[in-house]
Design a protein around this ligand. Structure first.
Ligand code: SPV
Ligand code: MN
Length: 625
C-alpha cells in the first residue's frame, strides 16, 4: 500500500490525493494508481459527492466540447460519432480463464489475451487529457441491495450522465470500511477528432469477471461507456447468481388498481420494445425503467432500481404518446440530449409530434435532409437510438419508494418482445415454472437500432437479458427457476406484445393500449377477473377489456378487435416452440423441465389445432379460470 500511496501522492494534486487517501480503500487506490500509470493523463480529478465536484464535471463536459448548451436552461446536447450510435455487441467480451465455456450465445475470450489487448490499447489513451474518478452506489444507499462502484473516465459527458443516472457513493465508500467489495470501470474515449472517437476500429468493452473490473475504450455511446449501466449488469448477474438473487433487464412500476390499490410489477423487454414508455404510462408511478436487482425478503420478491435516472430513447416521445417525458424535455431542468438534431439551440427528434427543420446540426455534422451516408442511405435528422438523460426525481410520477432500502414487493413479472406475428397482446402463464420457461426463457424479439447491425431480424433473447448474461444458460435458468419456487406466492408471470401486425402491415394495437394490458394484469394479480385458458396461457375476457378500454382510455373496444388480437396463432406458436427447443438442445445441462414444459405446450397447441384449426378465435374457447 505504501508504494501505491507514494505513487499517487507524486502524481495527484494534494487536494485530490487527500480525497482518495481518505477513503482508506487499498484495493481501489491500487486500481486508480494502475489506471494513472497506464493511461498517462495530464491531470486527475477525484470527485466526491459534493455539489461543487458535481458541478465541475458538468462544466468540464461543456468546456471540453463534449456537450454544448441549448436554449432551455439546464439542457445540453452531446453527439456520438457516426459509427458509435449503439451498443457494440461484437466487441463487448467477457474475459474468462481457460476451460470455462459459457456457450455459443456469448462473446468471450481468454482473460490473459483480452487483458493484454485492452490494456495495450489503453496505454497512453489519456495523454494530454484529464482523468476523473467517480464513486457511485447501485441500488438505494445503506441497503442490502447497495453495490458500490468506482468509475474512472476521461469523458466528462460520461461522468455527467452518470451523475444523473446513479446515486452518489463517495460517502458510502468512506463509511464502508477498508476492503469493501466494489465493481470498477476504466473508460477512455481515446483519441478524438472533431470531438468524436477517431479509432473506432479499436473500440473494446472487455469485462474481467474474475476481478469485477470492466475496461472500455475508443467509444463514447453511453451503453458502451457508462460502466454502471450494461457493463455492470454482467458483474451484478455473476454476483447475484452466486448469492441467490437476480440482476434483470427490467423496469419497475406501481400500477394503480381499483380503490386506490397500488401493485408493483417488473417488466423485461429487449431494448427499444417499449420498456420506458410502459414504465411511464400516465396514472402509474415509476420506480425504474431499465435495470433491477431482485431479492427474496420476508416471503416476497422485492426489487430495487439499480439506477436513479433514465437514459431513454427519444424517438416518438410526443405530447400524445408520452406526455410526462415530453413535458420534461421541453421545460427547464437538467437534461442531456444525445444524437438529436439541433437548430438555433433547440433539439428536434423523429416522432416528436411537430415539424422537424430541413437542416441543422446532428451526429453527422452539418445536416441537410438530402444528406446521405457512405452507403448512399439518407441520414435521419435524429438517430433512431437518439436518447435523453434525466434524473428520476425530476418526474412527477416518480414512485415514493424509489430509495426505499427494502425495495418494493413484486407481484407480477412481465416479459415482452417485438413480435409481429405470434403472441397475443397480453397473456398470463399458468404458474411460475411455465412462465419462466415459456414467457421468459423463450423470449424472442426482432432486432432494433439499440445495437449495431441490421434491424428487424428475429432473435432469441431469454429474459431480454442475453446481451448481459455472465453465466451459461443452464446455470442462469436453473437459478431463475429456483429463485421464487420456494415462495408460497411467487410473482405471477405475464407476457405482452405491442407489435402484432395485420395483413396490411399495420400495428393491430394502439400506442396507448398497453395501459389496459397493465390494468388487466393488476386485476389478475388480485384474482379479480376471470380469464380464458388457451394452450399458451390465460388471456383476458372480452367484457373486461371492453370495460378497461372505456374507463382507462375512453375507447370503445370492439369484439372484432378482440378476436383479431387474441386469436391463438397455432402454426406460429408451434414454430416458436420448435425454434426455442432447438436452441436449448444445443446447450449443455439445460434443466429437463424446460423440455417437458415446451413439449406440453406443443401438445396443447396440437390438440387445439385438431379441435379448432390453425387460428383459434378466443370466442371458441371456454372460460378456464
Ligand atoms: C438498452 O439498449 O437496453 C439501453 C440503452 O437501455 S444502453 O445503455 O445502450 O444499454
Ligand atoms: Mn436497456
Amino acid at each position: 500500500m505504501e508504494e501505491t500511496l507514494k505513487y499517487l501522492e507524486e502524481n495527484l494534486e494534494p487536494e485530490h490525493f487527500k480525497k482518495l487517501a481518505d477513503l482508506g480503500q487499498t484495493d481501489m487506490s491500487k486500481f486508480v494508481a494502475m489506471a494513472v500509470k497506464l493511461c498517462k493523463p495530464a491531470s486527475v480529478f477525484i470527485a466526491t459527492d459534493s455539489s461543487e465536484d458535481r458541478e465541475y464535471v458538468r462544466r468540464r463536459a461543456i468546456e471540453l466540447g463534449e456537450e454544448f448548451e441549448l436554449a432551455m436552461e439546464g439542457h445540453t446536447c452531446h453527439f456520438d460519432g457516426m459509427q458509435d450510435q449503439g451498443r457494440d455487441k461484437e466487441n463487448t467480451r467477457q474475459l474468462l480463464p481457460p476451460n470455462v465455456h459459457l456457450g455459443e450465445h456469448f462473446n468471450y475470450m481468454l482473460r490473459d489475451e483480452g487483458l493484454e489487448e485492452v490494456l495495450g490499447i489503453l496505454d497512453g489513451a489519456m495523454s494530454g487529457k484529464e482523468m476523473v474518478v467517480r464513486f457511485y452506489c447501485l441500488g438505494p444507499k445503506s441497503s442490502v441491495f447497495s453495490q458500490l462502484c468506482c468509475q474512472i473516465t476521461d469523458s466528462f459527458y460520461v461522468g455527467h450522465s452518470e451523475d444523473l443516472l446513479y446515486r452518489p457513493g463517495y460517502e458510502e465508500f468512506l463509511h464502508a470500511g477498508e476492503g469493501v467489495e466494489h465493481f470498477r470501470f476504466l473508460h477512455s474515449a481515446g483519441r478524438l477528432e472533431n470531438g468524436v472517437c477517431a479509432d473506432i476500429d479499436k473500440r473494446r468493452m472487455f469485462i474481467d469477471l474474475q476481478d469485477n473490473t470492466v475496461y472500455s475504450v475508443n467509444t463514447q455511446y453511453g451503453g458502451n461507456t457508462m460502466g454502471l449501466k450494461k457493463l455492470a449488469m454482467r458483474l451484478g448477474i455473476q454476483k447475484g447468481l452466486r448469492e441467490g438473487w437476480l440482476t434483470e433487464h427490467m423496469f419497475i412500476v406501481g400500477v394503480r388498481g381499483p380503490r386506490g390499490r397500488k401493485t408493483y410489477m417488473t417488466g423485461a423487454y429487449p431494448s427499444m420494445c417499449g420498456k420506458t414508455s410502459t414504465a411511464m404510462i400516465p396514472g402509474q408511478t415509476i420506480v425504474g425503467d431499465d435495470i433491477a436487482y431482485l431479492k427474496k425478503i420476508g416471503g416476497d420478491v422485492r426489487a430495487v432500481n439499480v439506477e436513479h435516472g433514465i437514459f431513454g430513447i427519444i424517438q416518438d416521445v410526443n405530447p400524445e404518446d408520452d406526455p410526462g417525458i415530453y413535458d420534461l424535455l421541453t421545460s427547464p431542468g437538467e437534461v442531456i440530449f444525445s444524437n438529436v438534431l439541433v437548430k438555433e439551440e433547440k433539439p428536434y427528434w423523429l416522432g416528436m409530434g411537430s415539424e422537424i427543420p430541413e437542416s441543422g446540426l446532428n451526429f453527422s455534422g452539418e445536416w441537410h435532409k438530402d444528406n446521405k451516408d457512405a452507403k448512399g442511405k439518407k441520414i435521419d435528422p435524429s438517430h433512431k437510438n437518439a436518447r435523453f438523460t434525466i434524473s428520476l426525481d425530476m418526474l412527477e410520477n416518480c414512485d415514493e419508494n424509489l430509495d426505499n432500502p427494502e425495495g418494493v414487493p413484486v407481484k407480477a413479472m412481465i416479459f415482452g418482445g417485438r413480435d409481429s406475428d405470434t403472441s397475443v397482446p397480453v397473456e398470463q402463464s399458468f404458474d411460475w415454472v411455465h412462465g419462466v420457461i415459456t414467457k421468459g426463457a423463450s423470449l424472442e424479439s426482432e432486432t432494433t437500432a439499440a445495437t449495431l447491425g441490421a434491424d428487424g431480424v428475429r432473435e432469441f433473447n431469454p429474459m431480454s437479458n442475453l446481451d448481459f448474461l455472465a453465466a451459461s444458460l443452464d446455470t442462469y435458468l436453473q437459478k431463475y427457476l429456483e429463485f421464487a419456487a420456494v415462495l408460497s406466492k411467487p410473482p405471477k408471470i405475464f407476457a405482452v406484445n405491442y407489435f402484432l401486425i395485420d395483413n396490411e402491415g399495420k400495428y393491430m394495437t394502439g400506442m396507448l393500449d398497453k395501459k389496459v394490458w397493465m390494468l388487466w394484469i393488476e386485476e389478475r394479480v388480485h384474482d379479480e377477473v376471470g380469464a380464458l385458458k388457451t394452450p399458451t396461457g390465460y388471456i383476458p375476457l372480452y367484457k373486461d377489456l371492453r370495460r378497461l378500454f372505456k374507463s382507462a382510455l375512453g375507447l370503445e373496444y370492439t369484439e372484432d378487435q378482440y378476436k383479431q388480437q387474441f386469436t391463438v396463432r397455432v402454426p406460429e406458436q408451434l414454430a416458436k416452440t420448435m425454434r426455442t427447443e432447438a436452441i436449448y438442445r444445443q446447450e449443455w445441462g439445460i434443466p429437463e423441465v424446460l423440455f417437458s414444459q415446451l413439449d406440453e405446450q406443443r401438445k396443447r397447441l396440437e390438440e387445439a389445432r385438431e379441435a379448432f384449426g390453425d387460428y383459434v378465435s378466443p370466442l371458441m374457447l371456454s372460460q378456464g379460470l
